[in-house]
Design a protein around this ligand. Structure first.
Ligand SMILES: Nc1ncnc2c1ncn2[C@@H]1O[C@H](COP(=O)(O)OP(=O)(O)OP(=O)(O)O)[C@@H](O)[C@H]1O
Length: 270
Protein backbone atom coordinates (compact mmCIF):
# COMPACT_ATOMS: atom_id res chain seq x y z
CA UNK A 1 0.00 0.00 0.00
CA UNK A 2 1.92 3.07 -1.21
CA UNK A 3 0.13 6.08 0.20
CA UNK A 4 -1.63 4.66 3.26
CA UNK A 5 1.63 3.11 4.47
CA UNK A 6 2.80 6.61 5.35
CA UNK A 7 -0.20 7.00 7.69
CA UNK A 8 0.43 3.62 9.30
CA UNK A 9 4.04 4.55 9.92
CA UNK A 10 3.12 7.75 11.76
CA UNK A 11 0.59 6.03 13.98
CA UNK A 12 2.89 3.15 14.86
CA UNK A 13 5.65 5.58 15.74
CA UNK A 14 3.26 7.49 17.97
CA UNK A 15 2.24 4.34 19.83
CA UNK A 16 5.83 3.26 20.25
CA UNK A 17 6.74 6.73 21.56
CA UNK A 18 3.90 6.62 24.07
CA UNK A 19 5.15 3.27 25.37
CA UNK A 20 8.58 4.77 25.89
CA UNK A 21 7.30 7.95 27.54
CA UNK A 22 4.90 6.17 29.89
CA UNK A 23 6.17 2.88 31.29
CA UNK A 24 3.29 0.61 32.22
CA UNK A 25 3.78 -0.55 35.79
CA UNK A 26 0.74 -2.81 35.74
CA UNK A 27 1.33 -4.64 32.48
CA UNK A 28 -1.73 -6.75 33.05
CA UNK A 29 -3.87 -7.72 30.15
CA UNK A 30 -7.55 -8.51 30.37
CA UNK A 31 -8.24 -12.03 29.11
CA UNK A 32 -11.55 -13.43 27.94
CA UNK A 33 -11.74 -17.22 27.64
CA UNK A 34 -14.46 -19.06 25.71
CA UNK A 35 -17.19 -16.61 26.63
CA UNK A 36 -20.72 -17.24 25.39
CA UNK A 37 -23.98 -15.45 26.20
CA UNK A 38 -27.55 -16.54 25.54
CA UNK A 39 -30.62 -14.39 26.02
CA UNK A 40 -33.51 -16.74 26.79
CA UNK A 41 -32.06 -19.45 24.60
CA UNK A 42 -31.00 -17.09 21.78
CA UNK A 43 -27.27 -17.07 21.20
CA UNK A 44 -25.82 -13.54 21.34
CA UNK A 45 -22.11 -14.42 21.67
CA UNK A 46 -20.32 -17.64 20.80
CA UNK A 47 -16.96 -18.83 22.15
CA UNK A 48 -15.23 -15.45 22.47
CA UNK A 49 -11.57 -15.59 23.44
CA UNK A 50 -9.30 -12.55 23.34
CA UNK A 51 -6.68 -10.50 25.17
CA UNK A 52 -6.93 -6.75 25.68
CA UNK A 53 -3.66 -4.98 26.35
CA UNK A 54 -2.95 -2.04 28.65
CA UNK A 55 -1.45 1.04 27.04
CA UNK A 56 -3.50 0.58 23.84
CA UNK A 57 -6.77 2.14 22.76
CA UNK A 58 -8.98 -0.82 21.87
CA UNK A 59 -12.17 -0.52 19.80
CA UNK A 60 -14.98 -3.06 19.57
CA UNK A 61 -16.62 -2.86 16.15
CA UNK A 62 -19.26 -4.84 14.28
CA UNK A 63 -22.74 -4.43 12.77
CA UNK A 64 -25.94 -3.65 14.73
CA UNK A 65 -26.86 -6.59 16.93
CA UNK A 66 -23.36 -8.11 16.66
CA UNK A 67 -23.13 -8.39 20.44
CA UNK A 68 -20.75 -5.48 21.16
CA UNK A 69 -22.65 -4.18 24.20
CA UNK A 70 -23.31 -7.73 25.35
CA UNK A 71 -19.57 -8.49 25.23
CA UNK A 72 -18.75 -5.42 27.31
CA UNK A 73 -21.52 -6.13 29.81
CA UNK A 74 -20.63 -9.82 30.09
CA UNK A 75 -16.96 -8.92 30.72
CA UNK A 76 -18.09 -6.65 33.55
CA UNK A 77 -20.54 -9.17 35.01
CA UNK A 78 -23.59 -7.05 34.08
CA UNK A 79 -25.16 -9.87 32.06
CA UNK A 80 -24.63 -13.52 32.95
CA UNK A 81 -22.19 -15.57 30.88
CA UNK A 82 -23.37 -18.93 29.60
CA UNK A 83 -19.82 -20.23 29.57
CA UNK A 84 -16.38 -18.70 29.93
CA UNK A 85 -14.31 -16.53 32.19
CA UNK A 86 -12.83 -13.04 32.26
CA UNK A 87 -9.53 -12.72 34.07
CA UNK A 88 -7.48 -9.69 35.09
CA UNK A 89 -4.23 -10.02 37.01
CA UNK A 90 -4.88 -13.73 37.62
CA UNK A 91 -8.32 -13.19 39.21
CA UNK A 92 -11.88 -13.05 37.86
CA UNK A 93 -12.68 -9.48 36.87
CA UNK A 94 -16.11 -9.83 38.53
CA UNK A 95 -14.28 -9.83 41.88
CA UNK A 96 -12.47 -6.58 41.06
CA UNK A 97 -15.21 -4.18 39.99
CA UNK A 98 -13.49 -1.35 41.87
CA UNK A 99 -10.79 -1.44 39.16
CA UNK A 100 -13.32 -0.77 36.40
CA UNK A 101 -14.98 2.44 35.20
CA UNK A 102 -17.94 1.87 32.87
CA UNK A 103 -19.93 4.46 30.94
CA UNK A 104 -23.06 2.88 29.37
CA UNK A 105 -24.82 3.99 26.19
CA UNK A 106 -26.64 7.33 26.44
CA UNK A 107 -29.96 5.58 25.93
CA UNK A 108 -29.44 3.60 29.14
CA UNK A 109 -29.02 6.68 31.32
CA UNK A 110 -32.02 8.42 32.93
CA UNK A 111 -31.33 12.04 32.02
CA UNK A 112 -34.30 13.27 34.08
CA UNK A 113 -32.69 11.98 37.27
CA UNK A 114 -32.41 15.04 39.54
CA UNK A 115 -28.62 15.17 39.87
CA UNK A 116 -26.13 17.94 39.26
CA UNK A 117 -22.88 17.57 37.36
CA UNK A 118 -21.08 17.52 40.72
CA UNK A 119 -23.34 14.73 42.05
CA UNK A 120 -22.60 12.59 39.00
CA UNK A 121 -18.83 13.03 39.26
CA UNK A 122 -18.84 12.37 43.02
CA UNK A 123 -20.60 9.05 42.31
CA UNK A 124 -17.22 8.03 40.93
CA UNK A 125 -15.78 8.43 44.44
CA UNK A 126 -18.40 6.34 46.30
CA UNK A 127 -16.51 3.04 46.10
CA UNK A 128 -13.33 4.65 47.42
CA UNK A 129 -15.25 6.47 50.19
CA UNK A 130 -17.88 3.94 51.25
CA UNK A 131 -21.65 4.38 51.22
CA UNK A 132 -23.11 7.04 53.55
CA UNK A 133 -19.67 8.33 54.51
CA UNK A 134 -18.69 11.95 53.88
CA UNK A 135 -16.40 12.61 50.92
CA UNK A 136 -12.84 13.55 51.85
CA UNK A 137 -11.03 16.67 50.68
CA UNK A 138 -8.92 14.39 48.47
CA UNK A 139 -12.06 13.05 46.78
CA UNK A 140 -13.35 16.56 46.16
CA UNK A 141 -10.01 17.59 44.69
CA UNK A 142 -9.92 14.53 42.41
CA UNK A 143 -13.49 15.23 41.24
CA UNK A 144 -12.65 18.88 40.55
CA UNK A 145 -9.54 17.88 38.59
CA UNK A 146 -11.59 15.37 36.57
CA UNK A 147 -14.10 18.10 35.67
CA UNK A 148 -11.25 20.44 34.74
CA UNK A 149 -9.74 17.77 32.49
CA UNK A 150 -12.95 17.53 30.46
CA UNK A 151 -13.51 21.30 30.50
CA UNK A 152 -16.75 21.13 32.51
CA UNK A 153 -15.83 22.58 35.91
CA UNK A 154 -17.88 25.75 35.40
CA UNK A 155 -20.99 23.62 34.94
CA UNK A 156 -20.63 21.78 38.24
CA UNK A 157 -23.89 23.04 39.76
CA UNK A 158 -26.02 22.45 36.62
CA UNK A 159 -28.62 19.66 36.56
CA UNK A 160 -27.27 16.97 34.22
CA UNK A 161 -30.51 16.97 32.21
CA UNK A 162 -29.91 20.59 31.17
CA UNK A 163 -26.66 19.91 29.30
CA UNK A 164 -26.07 19.09 25.65
CA UNK A 165 -25.31 15.49 24.65
CA UNK A 166 -21.60 16.22 24.29
CA UNK A 167 -21.44 17.98 27.66
CA UNK A 168 -23.26 15.07 29.31
CA UNK A 169 -20.80 12.63 27.80
CA UNK A 170 -17.89 14.72 29.13
CA UNK A 171 -19.41 14.67 32.63
CA UNK A 172 -19.67 10.87 32.55
CA UNK A 173 -16.10 10.76 31.32
CA UNK A 174 -15.12 12.92 34.33
CA UNK A 175 -16.94 10.49 36.63
CA UNK A 176 -14.92 7.62 35.18
CA UNK A 177 -11.67 9.59 35.66
CA UNK A 178 -12.64 10.31 39.28
CA UNK A 179 -12.90 6.56 39.89
CA UNK A 180 -9.13 6.20 39.36
CA UNK A 181 -9.78 2.89 37.63
CA UNK A 182 -7.36 0.65 35.73
CA UNK A 183 -9.87 -0.52 33.13
CA UNK A 184 -12.09 1.99 31.29
CA UNK A 185 -15.08 0.79 29.27
CA UNK A 186 -17.17 3.14 27.11
CA UNK A 187 -20.23 1.99 25.18
CA UNK A 188 -20.77 4.19 22.08
CA UNK A 189 -19.46 7.44 23.63
CA UNK A 190 -19.58 9.33 20.32
CA UNK A 191 -23.27 9.02 19.53
CA UNK A 192 -24.86 12.44 19.02
CA UNK A 193 -21.77 14.55 19.68
CA UNK A 194 -19.99 17.01 17.44
CA UNK A 195 -16.53 16.53 15.94
CA UNK A 196 -14.84 18.94 18.33
CA UNK A 197 -16.11 17.07 21.39
CA UNK A 198 -15.23 13.77 19.72
CA UNK A 199 -11.65 15.01 19.31
CA UNK A 200 -11.49 16.08 22.99
CA UNK A 201 -12.78 12.68 24.12
CA UNK A 202 -10.41 10.77 21.85
CA UNK A 203 -7.45 12.74 23.18
CA UNK A 204 -8.49 11.85 26.74
CA UNK A 205 -8.79 8.19 25.76
CA UNK A 206 -5.33 8.37 24.26
CA UNK A 207 -3.97 9.95 27.45
CA UNK A 208 -5.52 7.17 29.53
CA UNK A 209 -4.05 4.51 27.27
CA UNK A 210 -0.66 6.23 27.27
CA UNK A 211 -0.62 6.09 31.08
CA UNK A 212 -0.94 2.30 30.94
CA UNK A 213 -4.69 1.87 31.39
CA UNK A 214 -6.87 -0.59 29.55
CA UNK A 215 -9.26 1.49 27.44
CA UNK A 216 -12.09 -0.27 25.59
CA UNK A 217 -14.51 1.67 23.41
CA UNK A 218 -17.51 0.39 21.45
CA UNK A 219 -17.65 2.36 18.22
CA UNK A 220 -20.35 1.70 15.68
CA UNK A 221 -18.93 4.32 13.30
CA UNK A 222 -16.49 2.92 10.77
CA UNK A 223 -15.59 6.35 9.44
CA UNK A 224 -12.25 8.09 9.59
CA UNK A 225 -12.27 8.26 13.40
CA UNK A 226 -11.32 4.58 13.39
CA UNK A 227 -7.68 5.67 12.91
CA UNK A 228 -7.67 6.71 16.58
CA UNK A 229 -7.69 3.08 17.69
CA UNK A 230 -4.56 1.00 18.16
CA UNK A 231 -6.30 -2.36 18.38
CA UNK A 232 -9.69 -3.56 17.17
CA UNK A 233 -12.04 -6.42 18.00
CA UNK A 234 -14.29 -7.14 15.01
CA UNK A 235 -17.33 -9.02 16.16
CA UNK A 236 -20.45 -10.60 14.77
CA UNK A 237 -21.69 -13.04 17.42
CA UNK A 238 -18.22 -14.55 17.25
CA UNK A 239 -14.78 -13.01 16.79
CA UNK A 240 -14.14 -12.22 13.13
CA UNK A 241 -10.72 -10.68 13.74
CA UNK A 242 -8.66 -9.15 16.54
CA UNK A 243 -5.29 -7.46 16.54
CA UNK A 244 -3.89 -4.11 15.64
CA UNK A 245 -5.87 -1.84 13.33
CA UNK A 246 -3.96 -2.85 10.24
CA UNK A 247 -4.50 -6.54 10.93
CA UNK A 248 -8.26 -6.17 11.44
CA UNK A 249 -9.32 -3.64 8.78
CA UNK A 250 -9.06 -6.04 5.87
CA UNK A 251 -11.69 -6.34 3.18
CA UNK A 252 -12.45 -10.02 3.71
CA UNK A 253 -12.91 -9.63 7.47
CA UNK A 254 -15.15 -6.59 7.02
CA UNK A 255 -17.28 -8.35 4.45
CA UNK A 256 -17.58 -11.38 6.69
CA UNK A 257 -18.79 -9.15 9.54
CA UNK A 258 -20.95 -6.68 7.61
CA UNK A 259 -21.96 -8.73 4.59
CA UNK A 260 -22.37 -6.82 1.33
CA UNK A 261 -23.12 -3.56 3.13
CA UNK A 262 -19.55 -2.46 3.65
CA UNK A 263 -17.68 -0.60 0.98
CA UNK A 264 -13.99 -1.15 0.81
CA UNK A 265 -12.38 1.54 2.87
CA UNK A 266 -9.73 -0.46 4.68
CA UNK A 267 -6.80 0.95 2.70
CA UNK A 268 -7.94 4.46 3.41
CA UNK A 269 -8.22 4.17 7.19
CA UNK A 270 -5.72 1.46 8.05
N1 LIG B 1 -31.66 -7.92 27.37
C1 LIG B 1 -31.78 -8.61 26.23
N2 LIG B 1 -32.70 -9.59 26.10
C2 LIG B 1 -32.80 -10.30 24.96
N3 LIG B 1 -32.02 -10.10 23.88
C3 LIG B 1 -31.09 -9.13 23.94
C4 LIG B 1 -30.91 -8.34 25.12
N4 LIG B 1 -29.92 -7.45 24.90
C5 LIG B 1 -29.50 -7.69 23.64
N5 LIG B 1 -30.18 -8.69 23.07
C6 LIG B 1 -29.96 -9.25 21.72
O1 LIG B 1 -28.63 -9.72 21.66
C7 LIG B 1 -28.02 -9.39 20.41
C8 LIG B 1 -26.80 -8.52 20.64
O2 LIG B 1 -27.22 -7.24 21.14
P1 LIG B 1 -26.18 -6.10 21.53
O3 LIG B 1 -26.96 -4.94 22.05
O4 LIG B 1 -25.12 -6.67 22.38
O5 LIG B 1 -25.55 -5.76 20.09
P2 LIG B 1 -24.70 -4.49 19.64
O6 LIG B 1 -23.64 -5.01 18.73
O7 LIG B 1 -24.25 -3.72 20.82
O8 LIG B 1 -25.78 -3.71 18.79
P3 LIG B 1 -25.93 -2.12 18.44
O9 LIG B 1 -24.77 -1.74 17.56
O10 LIG B 1 -27.22 -2.10 17.66
O11 LIG B 1 -25.98 -1.37 19.73
C9 LIG B 1 -29.11 -8.70 19.58
O12 LIG B 1 -29.71 -9.66 18.76
C10 LIG B 1 -30.08 -8.19 20.62
O13 LIG B 1 -31.39 -8.14 20.10
Amino acid sequence: MGKPLHKIQITMDQTAMNSLKFPHPLHQSLSVHHLSVNYRGVEALRDISLDIQPGRLTGIIGPNGAGKSTLMKAMLGLVPMGTGSVVYGGKPLSQQRQRVAYVPQRSQIDWDYPATVWDIVMMGRVRKTGWLRPFSGVSRRIATQALERVGMVEYKNRPIGQLSGGQQQRVFLARSLAQEAEIFCFDEPFVGIDQKTEAIIFSLFRELAASGKIVIVINHDLGESIVNFDDLILLNQEIIATGNRQQVLKEDYLQKAYGGRVFFFAEKVA
